[in-house]
Design a protein around this ligand. Structure first.
Ligand SMILES: [Zn+2]
Length: 178
């Protein structure tokens, strides 16, 4: 039983509970690593950068279609992640009836909820970007109206500000924070 003791610090009451805990831990690790990878900068991880021809119009149909695919694929992945997390949490809620198990489970749930909250905010940003594509505003700075640029959008498909406005914003934020 030495193997199990890594996952269950207290002496195992029954092998069955240990096996379940081990399985759930494994499942959680998979879930956490998966959702941790999803961020503003990783939305495009499965897409090759758009190859623009010389003199091509900024935000033409092909470019918009490229960013729409990135955003829609990211949205789908995140929704599936959230579904999986909810199911995993439901599984655990029914498994752990022991108060000691519940205590550690509650901190785990808090972590899951934080991850989900982060993901939900990112989904909101993705949805807003899709709306901007639909309304023909995608790719232009919200603040000054200049082109955000393919390279910046490629790195951060949900960007709403050009790099200059974003930098100013961050400086202002830092000053307010002091
Ligand atoms: Zn700007």
């Amino acid at each position: 039983m030495r193997v199990w003791s890594v996952f269950a610090p207290r002496p195992a009451k029954c092998h069955c509970a240990c096996a379940v805990r081990f399985f759930l831990l494994l499942k959680r690790l998979l879930l956490t690593t998966r959702s941790n990878r999803m961020s503003d900068e990783s939305l495009n991880r499965n897409f090759a950068p758009y190859a623009a021809d010389d003199g091509e119009d900024y935000m033409n149909e092909a470019q918009l279609a490229h960013f729409r695919s990135i955003l829609e694929a990211a949205r789908k992945t995140m929704m599936e992640d959230i579904d999986r997390t909810v199911h995993a949490m439901q599984d655990e809620a029914t498994v752990f009836a022991d108060p000691n198990d519940r205590a550690s489970q509650e901190s785990d749930i808090a972590l899951e909820l934080r991850n989900r909250d982060r993901e939900r905010r990112l989904i909101k940003k993705v949805d807003e970007a899709l709306t901007r594509i639909h309304e023909g505003e995608y790719g232009y700075c919200d603040n000054c109206g200049v082109e955000i640029g393919l390279r910046r959008l490629e790195a951060r498909p949900t960007a709403t500000l050009c790099i200059d406005c974003k930098t100013l914003d961050e400086i202002r934020e830092r000053q307010m924070g002091k």
